[in-house]
Design a protein around this ligand. Structure first.
Ligand code: B12
Length: 258
Protein backbone atom coordinates (compact mmCIF):
# COMPACT_ATOMS: atom_id res chain seq x y z
CA UNK A 1 0.00 0.00 0.00
CA UNK A 2 2.74 2.46 0.90
CA UNK A 3 6.07 1.08 -0.26
CA UNK A 4 8.04 3.26 -2.66
CA UNK A 5 5.44 6.04 -2.85
CA UNK A 6 6.17 9.70 -2.25
CA UNK A 7 3.00 10.12 -0.19
CA UNK A 8 3.63 6.93 1.78
CA UNK A 9 3.37 8.48 5.24
CA UNK A 10 0.08 10.26 4.45
CA UNK A 11 -1.32 7.04 2.93
CA UNK A 12 -0.27 5.03 5.96
CA UNK A 13 -2.00 7.49 8.31
CA UNK A 14 -5.12 7.53 6.09
CA UNK A 15 -5.45 3.77 6.27
CA UNK A 16 -4.08 3.41 9.80
CA UNK A 17 -7.16 2.13 11.64
CA UNK A 18 -7.83 -0.41 8.86
CA UNK A 19 -4.55 -2.05 9.72
CA UNK A 20 -5.48 -5.06 11.76
CA UNK A 21 -3.96 -5.90 15.13
CA UNK A 22 -2.04 -9.19 15.14
CA UNK A 23 -2.80 -11.05 18.36
CA UNK A 24 -0.42 -13.47 20.07
CA UNK A 25 -2.39 -16.33 18.52
CA UNK A 26 -1.66 -14.81 15.11
CA UNK A 27 -5.25 -13.77 14.42
CA UNK A 28 -5.68 -10.36 12.77
CA UNK A 29 -8.51 -8.26 14.16
CA UNK A 30 -9.63 -4.66 14.38
CA UNK A 31 -8.79 -2.70 17.55
CA UNK A 32 -11.51 -3.23 20.14
CA UNK A 33 -12.59 -0.75 22.80
CA UNK A 34 -15.55 -0.24 25.13
CA UNK A 35 -18.16 2.31 24.14
CA UNK A 36 -19.64 4.15 27.17
CA UNK A 37 -22.63 5.51 25.22
CA UNK A 38 -25.99 3.86 24.47
CA UNK A 39 -25.74 1.36 21.65
CA UNK A 40 -26.73 2.80 18.22
CA UNK A 41 -26.96 6.33 19.65
CA UNK A 42 -25.33 9.19 17.73
CA UNK A 43 -22.99 9.68 20.71
CA UNK A 44 -21.80 6.07 20.38
CA UNK A 45 -21.33 6.47 16.61
CA UNK A 46 -19.40 9.70 17.01
CA UNK A 47 -17.21 8.18 19.74
CA UNK A 48 -16.30 5.28 17.44
CA UNK A 49 -15.81 7.56 14.43
CA UNK A 50 -13.31 9.76 16.30
CA UNK A 51 -11.36 6.77 17.62
CA UNK A 52 -11.20 5.29 14.12
CA UNK A 53 -10.35 8.68 12.61
CA UNK A 54 -13.35 8.50 10.27
CA UNK A 55 -14.31 11.24 7.79
CA UNK A 56 -17.91 10.98 8.99
CA UNK A 57 -17.57 12.74 12.34
CA UNK A 58 -19.04 16.01 11.05
CA UNK A 59 -22.15 14.31 9.59
CA UNK A 60 -22.73 12.34 12.78
CA UNK A 61 -22.22 15.44 14.95
CA UNK A 62 -24.79 17.31 12.83
CA UNK A 63 -27.43 14.80 13.99
CA UNK A 64 -26.27 15.15 17.58
CA UNK A 65 -26.66 18.93 17.50
CA UNK A 66 -30.43 18.36 17.84
CA UNK A 67 -29.95 17.18 21.39
CA UNK A 68 -26.57 18.42 22.58
CA UNK A 69 -24.83 21.79 22.43
CA UNK A 70 -21.59 21.96 20.43
CA UNK A 71 -19.57 22.46 23.61
CA UNK A 72 -21.22 19.41 25.21
CA UNK A 73 -20.26 17.36 22.16
CA UNK A 74 -16.66 18.49 22.52
CA UNK A 75 -16.53 18.18 26.30
CA UNK A 76 -18.15 14.77 26.56
CA UNK A 77 -17.99 12.63 23.42
CA UNK A 78 -14.80 14.00 21.85
CA UNK A 79 -12.75 14.11 25.03
CA UNK A 80 -13.95 10.62 26.03
CA UNK A 81 -12.94 9.29 22.59
CA UNK A 82 -9.49 10.87 22.77
CA UNK A 83 -8.97 9.40 26.26
CA UNK A 84 -9.63 5.99 24.75
CA UNK A 85 -7.19 6.71 21.92
CA UNK A 86 -4.60 7.48 24.62
CA UNK A 87 -5.37 4.19 26.37
CA UNK A 88 -5.10 2.23 23.09
CA UNK A 89 -1.76 3.93 22.48
CA UNK A 90 -0.54 3.11 26.00
CA UNK A 91 -1.52 -0.54 25.49
CA UNK A 92 0.37 -0.55 22.17
CA UNK A 93 -2.83 -1.37 20.30
CA UNK A 94 -2.66 1.98 18.55
CA UNK A 95 0.58 3.49 17.30
CA UNK A 96 1.42 7.03 16.21
CA UNK A 97 -0.30 6.89 12.76
CA UNK A 98 -3.60 5.78 14.30
CA UNK A 99 -3.28 8.44 17.02
CA UNK A 100 -2.59 11.11 14.36
CA UNK A 101 -5.59 9.98 12.30
CA UNK A 102 -7.91 10.22 15.34
CA UNK A 103 -6.44 13.59 16.31
CA UNK A 104 -6.95 14.98 12.80
CA UNK A 105 -10.53 13.82 12.83
CA UNK A 106 -11.08 15.44 16.27
CA UNK A 107 -9.50 18.69 15.09
CA UNK A 108 -11.75 18.82 12.01
CA UNK A 109 -14.77 18.23 14.24
CA UNK A 110 -13.76 20.93 16.74
CA UNK A 111 -13.18 23.41 13.88
CA UNK A 112 -16.60 22.59 12.44
CA UNK A 113 -18.41 22.93 15.79
CA UNK A 114 -16.68 26.22 16.55
CA UNK A 115 -18.99 28.04 14.09
CA UNK A 116 -22.04 27.03 16.14
CA UNK A 117 -20.66 28.35 19.40
CA UNK A 118 -22.00 31.87 19.68
CA UNK A 119 -19.33 34.37 20.53
CA UNK A 120 -20.07 37.45 22.57
CA UNK A 121 -17.79 40.09 21.07
CA UNK A 122 -19.52 43.02 22.74
CA UNK A 123 -17.92 42.79 26.17
CA UNK A 124 -14.40 41.93 27.23
CA UNK A 125 -13.84 40.45 30.65
CA UNK A 126 -10.08 40.57 30.21
CA UNK A 127 -7.23 39.36 28.02
CA UNK A 128 -5.92 35.81 28.14
CA UNK A 129 -2.71 34.75 26.38
CA UNK A 130 -2.94 31.00 25.70
CA UNK A 131 -0.15 28.65 24.64
CA UNK A 132 0.88 25.03 24.63
CA UNK A 133 4.38 25.06 26.10
CA UNK A 134 7.70 24.51 24.38
CA UNK A 135 8.32 20.97 23.11
CA UNK A 136 4.63 20.04 23.20
CA UNK A 137 2.51 19.91 20.05
CA UNK A 138 -0.77 18.84 21.70
CA UNK A 139 -3.21 21.66 21.06
CA UNK A 140 -6.73 20.20 20.86
CA UNK A 141 -7.49 20.84 24.55
CA UNK A 142 -5.84 24.26 24.51
CA UNK A 143 -7.95 25.21 21.48
CA UNK A 144 -11.14 24.17 23.27
CA UNK A 145 -10.20 26.19 26.35
CA UNK A 146 -9.44 29.20 24.12
CA UNK A 147 -12.79 28.80 22.37
CA UNK A 148 -14.74 28.58 25.64
CA UNK A 149 -12.95 31.61 27.09
CA UNK A 150 -13.70 33.62 23.94
CA UNK A 151 -17.28 32.48 24.12
CA UNK A 152 -17.45 33.61 27.74
CA UNK A 153 -16.35 37.14 26.78
CA UNK A 154 -12.56 37.07 27.07
CA UNK A 155 -10.19 38.44 24.46
CA UNK A 156 -7.96 35.47 23.72
CA UNK A 157 -4.54 35.72 22.13
CA UNK A 158 -3.72 32.17 21.09
CA UNK A 159 0.01 31.73 20.50
CA UNK A 160 -0.38 28.14 19.30
CA UNK A 161 1.66 25.10 20.30
CA UNK A 162 5.34 24.41 21.03
CA UNK A 163 5.76 28.03 22.06
CA UNK A 164 9.07 29.36 23.40
CA UNK A 165 8.89 30.61 27.01
CA UNK A 166 10.24 33.99 25.96
CA UNK A 167 7.49 34.39 23.33
CA UNK A 168 4.81 33.72 25.95
CA UNK A 169 6.27 36.32 28.29
CA UNK A 170 6.64 38.85 25.47
CA UNK A 171 3.03 38.31 24.44
CA UNK A 172 1.88 38.79 28.05
CA UNK A 173 3.55 42.18 27.99
CA UNK A 174 2.49 43.16 24.46
CA UNK A 175 -1.18 42.33 24.97
CA UNK A 176 -1.29 43.42 28.63
CA UNK A 177 -2.51 39.96 29.56
CA UNK A 178 -4.62 39.65 32.68
CA UNK A 179 -4.12 35.89 32.51
CA UNK A 180 -1.60 33.58 30.87
CA UNK A 181 -3.07 30.13 30.21
CA UNK A 182 -0.57 27.33 29.71
CA UNK A 183 -1.27 23.84 28.45
CA UNK A 184 0.96 20.73 28.61
CA UNK A 185 0.11 17.11 27.97
CA UNK A 186 3.40 15.42 28.62
CA UNK A 187 5.40 14.80 31.76
CA UNK A 188 8.45 15.88 29.75
CA UNK A 189 6.98 19.30 28.87
CA UNK A 190 4.96 20.28 31.95
CA UNK A 191 8.18 21.53 33.59
CA UNK A 192 8.23 24.36 31.05
CA UNK A 193 5.22 25.86 32.82
CA UNK A 194 7.36 26.47 35.89
CA UNK A 195 10.04 28.03 33.67
CA UNK A 196 7.50 30.43 32.15
CA UNK A 197 6.35 31.46 35.63
CA UNK A 198 9.97 32.03 36.70
CA UNK A 199 10.56 34.19 33.63
CA UNK A 200 7.40 36.22 34.30
CA UNK A 201 8.54 36.76 37.90
CA UNK A 202 12.08 37.63 36.82
CA UNK A 203 10.64 40.50 34.78
CA UNK A 204 8.09 41.48 37.48
CA UNK A 205 5.17 40.94 35.15
CA UNK A 206 2.01 40.88 37.27
CA UNK A 207 0.08 38.42 35.11
CA UNK A 208 -1.94 35.63 36.66
CA UNK A 209 -1.00 32.16 35.41
CA UNK A 210 -3.46 29.30 35.06
CA UNK A 211 -2.40 25.89 33.86
CA UNK A 212 -4.04 22.74 32.54
CA UNK A 213 -3.64 19.70 30.31
CA UNK A 214 -3.76 15.99 30.94
CA UNK A 215 -0.29 15.82 32.51
CA UNK A 216 -1.00 18.51 35.08
CA UNK A 217 -2.83 18.46 38.41
CA UNK A 218 -3.60 20.88 41.18
CA UNK A 219 -0.61 19.90 43.34
CA UNK A 220 1.77 20.37 40.44
CA UNK A 221 0.19 23.76 39.67
CA UNK A 222 0.74 24.86 43.28
CA UNK A 223 4.31 23.56 43.30
CA UNK A 224 5.30 25.75 40.35
CA UNK A 225 3.51 28.82 41.70
CA UNK A 226 0.62 28.92 39.22
CA UNK A 227 -2.40 30.80 40.57
CA UNK A 228 -4.92 28.42 39.04
CA UNK A 229 -5.49 24.94 37.65
CA UNK A 230 -8.56 23.41 36.11
CA UNK A 231 -9.19 20.03 34.59
CA UNK A 232 -11.49 20.98 31.71
CA UNK A 233 -12.59 23.86 29.52
CA UNK A 234 -15.86 24.54 31.34
CA UNK A 235 -14.14 24.87 34.71
CA UNK A 236 -11.35 26.86 33.00
CA UNK A 237 -13.90 29.63 32.35
CA UNK A 238 -15.08 29.58 35.98
CA UNK A 239 -11.46 29.63 37.09
CA UNK A 240 -10.64 32.60 34.85
CA UNK A 241 -13.69 34.47 36.21
CA UNK A 242 -12.51 33.87 39.78
CA UNK A 243 -8.89 34.75 39.08
CA UNK A 244 -9.77 37.93 37.25
CA UNK A 245 -11.84 39.20 40.18
CA UNK A 246 -8.66 39.23 42.23
CA UNK A 247 -6.69 40.65 39.32
CA UNK A 248 -4.50 43.63 40.01
CA UNK A 249 -2.42 45.68 37.59
CA UNK A 250 -1.39 44.98 34.02
CA UNK A 251 1.87 43.87 32.45
CA UNK A 252 4.15 46.79 31.82
CA UNK A 253 7.58 45.59 30.77
CA UNK A 254 8.68 45.65 27.20
CA UNK A 255 11.94 43.78 26.81
CA UNK A 256 12.31 40.14 27.85
CA UNK A 257 15.69 38.41 28.26
CA UNK A 258 15.81 34.60 28.59
C1 B12 B 1 -4.30 13.44 20.24
C2 B12 B 1 -2.96 13.06 20.84
C3 B12 B 1 -1.82 13.33 20.09
C4 B12 B 1 -1.85 14.07 18.76
C5 B12 B 1 -1.87 15.57 19.06
C6 B12 B 1 -2.62 16.35 18.00
C7 B12 B 1 -2.88 17.77 18.44
N1 B12 B 1 -2.81 18.65 17.48
O1 B12 B 1 -3.13 18.07 19.61
C8 B12 B 1 -0.52 13.58 18.12
C9 B12 B 1 -0.83 12.29 17.39
C10 B12 B 1 0.17 14.56 17.17
C11 B12 B 1 0.30 13.24 19.37
C12 B12 B 1 1.66 13.20 19.39
C13 B12 B 1 2.39 12.74 20.49
N2 B12 B 1 1.89 12.24 21.63
CO1 B12 B 1 0.03 12.37 22.13
N3 B12 B 1 -1.74 12.13 22.68
C14 B12 B 1 -2.87 12.46 22.13
C15 B12 B 1 -4.04 11.98 23.04
C16 B12 B 1 -4.56 10.68 22.45
C17 B12 B 1 -5.22 12.92 23.22
C18 B12 B 1 -4.87 14.33 23.68
C19 B12 B 1 -6.09 15.21 23.53
O2 B12 B 1 -6.21 15.96 22.55
N4 B12 B 1 -7.04 15.06 24.46
C20 B12 B 1 -8.34 15.76 24.42
C21 B12 B 1 -8.20 17.16 24.97
C22 B12 B 1 -9.52 17.91 24.80
O3 B12 B 1 -7.90 17.03 26.35
P1 B12 B 1 -6.74 17.86 27.08
O4 B12 B 1 -5.68 18.26 26.12
O5 B12 B 1 -6.36 17.19 28.32
O6 B12 B 1 -7.48 19.25 27.41
C23 B12 B 1 -8.53 19.41 28.34
C24 B12 B 1 -8.05 19.64 29.79
O7 B12 B 1 -6.82 19.05 30.08
C25 B12 B 1 -8.06 21.13 29.94
N5 B12 B 1 -6.90 21.92 29.51
C26 B12 B 1 -6.01 21.71 28.53
N6 B12 B 1 -5.16 22.70 28.41
C27 B12 B 1 -5.49 23.62 29.33
C28 B12 B 1 -4.93 24.86 29.65
C29 B12 B 1 -5.47 25.59 30.69
C30 B12 B 1 -4.89 26.90 31.02
C31 B12 B 1 -6.57 25.07 31.43
C32 B12 B 1 -7.11 25.85 32.56
C33 B12 B 1 -7.15 23.84 31.11
C34 B12 B 1 -6.60 23.13 30.06
O8 B12 B 1 -9.18 21.51 29.16
C35 B12 B 1 -9.20 20.71 27.97
C36 B12 B 1 -10.62 20.61 27.49
O9 B12 B 1 -11.46 20.04 28.45
C37 B12 B 1 -3.30 11.80 24.40
C38 B12 B 1 -3.95 10.81 25.39
C39 B12 B 1 -4.60 11.49 26.58
N7 B12 B 1 -5.24 10.66 27.37
O10 B12 B 1 -4.50 12.67 26.81
C40 B12 B 1 -1.90 11.40 23.93
C41 B12 B 1 -0.68 11.67 24.83
C42 B12 B 1 -0.80 13.04 25.50
N8 B12 B 1 0.42 11.69 23.85
C43 B12 B 1 1.49 11.15 24.31
C44 B12 B 1 2.72 11.01 23.60
C45 B12 B 1 3.81 10.21 24.27
C46 B12 B 1 2.89 11.61 22.35
C47 B12 B 1 4.16 11.59 21.50
C48 B12 B 1 5.49 11.82 22.26
C49 B12 B 1 4.18 10.26 20.72
C50 B12 B 1 5.41 10.01 19.89
N9 B12 B 1 6.02 8.88 20.15
O11 B12 B 1 5.81 10.79 19.06
C51 B12 B 1 3.87 12.76 20.52
C52 B12 B 1 4.29 14.10 21.13
C53 B12 B 1 5.01 15.00 20.24
C54 B12 B 1 5.25 16.34 20.96
N10 B12 B 1 6.47 16.78 20.93
O12 B12 B 1 4.33 16.95 21.53
C55 B12 B 1 1.31 10.64 25.75
C56 B12 B 1 2.00 11.53 26.79
C57 B12 B 1 2.58 10.69 27.92
C58 B12 B 1 3.08 11.54 29.03
N11 B12 B 1 2.37 11.48 30.14
O13 B12 B 1 4.04 12.23 28.93
C59 B12 B 1 -0.25 10.53 25.84
C60 B12 B 1 -0.81 10.74 27.28
C61 B12 B 1 -0.65 9.14 25.29
C62 B12 B 1 -0.29 8.02 26.23
N12 B12 B 1 -1.25 7.54 26.98
O14 B12 B 1 0.84 7.59 26.27
N13 B12 B 1 -0.53 12.98 20.41
Amino acid sequence: MIKGRKDSDARYIKHAPDIKIVTTSGIRKKAEFDNPFDEDSSEAKLYTAIIEGSDETIDIASNLLNKMSPSEILETVMIEALQTVGTLYEKKIYFLPQMIKSANSAKRLAKHLKQFIAQDKTSTKGTVVMATVKGDIHDIGKNIVALMLENAGYRVIDLGKDVENKDIVEAAVKYKADIVGLSALMTTTMQQMGNVIKLLKKHNIPTIVMVGGAAVNSDFAKSIGAEGYSEDAVSAVRLADLLIKGSYGKAGHTKIDD
